[in-house]
Design a protein around this ligand. Structure first.
Ligand code: GLN
Length: 343
């Protein structure tokens, strides 16, 4: 449906987060509160992921001025996996534009598992959701470039700009995923048969698998999230990675489907756009305020990190980040009058 709003200027409203020391205290409290939870299982469908330390737990908040707040295992490297989908989506949107990604990929949930083949068939070959494997493969394929190497270079350098440092591939994870990649190869071939991937589908799988194997830590995730919270400018390096409009579009997609089939529950409890991955990372974005990165490899049955969800819910509440929360203007005015009288 055409909404006829293209000529309307977009206004942006933002609010303040508590001061630096207060964030550190809340972060410590969130960490302590969450550390007593030991539920969930480490993913093992990609064999190398099963080697992760199940008890690793890092939590990091980066504010839009680049202030870093971290606790726990924030420098433990792990593969970015599905979280790359969010940032590659932003990079591709920047290059090909709002209309093209909407048309070729779509922005709705499929209601099916992230590696579903059935979802493609049910939607006449339309990938629908850029945050599941079919949509992510189609997104990677859209990155402009004369060769697969050019496309990979654009994705690799773009993801590195989001993190503010050169990201390296975890070769062990890459080799393991290449060996167990038949399903993603099948998905790419199916999308190719529907004309949704124009390039050689197996080359696209190769690039996608490399993007998933990039090694990052919880601090990197928080910087990447803070870039999306900050209109596309990395708040640590000052580099503009994508436009503010692309950030806005990407966050809408994350809000709709960033936590697989549990996105509704995540939004209900946490009220922020986020994206999770099978290695146990989650990025969460509070627009205009902070980015949050968490790592804890134990996953629940929906494939989301158990501790990552608990810690982020804690932070959303304690830092007042839920984008759906408001307070009555009238009520606060009345409270203010009461205070004046009392004083
Ligand atoms: N590389 C993984 C895959 O394609 C990513 C999946 C995920 O993190 N959910 O299967």
């Amino acid at each position: 449906m055409q909404l006829d709003v293209d000529d309307i200027d977009q206004a942006v409203t933002t609010g303040a987060v508590p001061g630096a020391q207060h964030i550190d205290e809340i972060l410590d409290a969130a960490y302590e509160h969450t550390s007593k939870h030991h539920g969930g299982e480490v993913a093992d469908y990609i064999p190398a992921l099963a080697d992760a330390d199940p008890d690793a737990f890092g939590l990091c908040v980066v504010d839009v001025e680049g202030g870093l707040h971290e606790v726990g295992d924030t420098r433990v490297l792990f593969s970015i996996q599905s979280i790359s989908k969010a940032f590659v989506y932003a990079l591709v949107s920047e290059r090909v534009g709002h209309e093209k990604v909407l048309d070729v990929i779509g922005v709705n949930s499929t209601g099916l598992a992230f590696d579903s083949v059935v979802a493609i068939e049910l939607n006449d070959g339309h990938p629908m959701n850029p945050m599941v494997n079919a949509g992510a493969l189609a997104t990677t394929a859209l990155m402009p470039g004369n060769t697969a190497d050019d496309q990979w270079e654009a994705i690799h350098s773009g993801l590195s700009r989001f993190a503010g440092r050169h990201l390296d591939i975890d070769d062990e994870v890459l080799a393991s995923e290449v060996k167990s990649n038949s399903r993603n190869s099948a998905i790419a071939q199916l999308l190719h048969s529907y004309g949704r991937i124009e390039h050689d589908p197996l080359e696209v799988v190769d690039i996608y698998t490399r993007q998933c194997a990039l090694a990052i830590d919880a601090r990197d995730l928080a910087v990447m999230a803070a870039t999306l919270a900050n209109g596309g400018v990395n708040p640590v390096t000052g580099v503009e990675v994508v436009s503010a409009a692309v950030c806005r579009d990407t966050l809408a997609v994350l809000a709709a489907s960033g936590l697989y089939e549990a996105t509704g529950e995540w939004l209900f409890e946490i009220g922020l756009p986020g994206k999770s991955g099978v290695s146990g990372g989650i990025v969460t974005v509070a627009p205009g305020k902070v980015g949050i990165g968490s790592l804890s490899p134990r996953l629940d049955s929906t494939g989301n990190s158990v501790r990552g969800q608990i810690a982020t819910a804690y932070l959303s509440r304690a830092l007042g980040l839920n984008i759906f929360a408001s307070e009555s203007h009238f009520r606060s005015k009345v409270a203010g009058i009461g205070e004046d009288q009392a004083g």
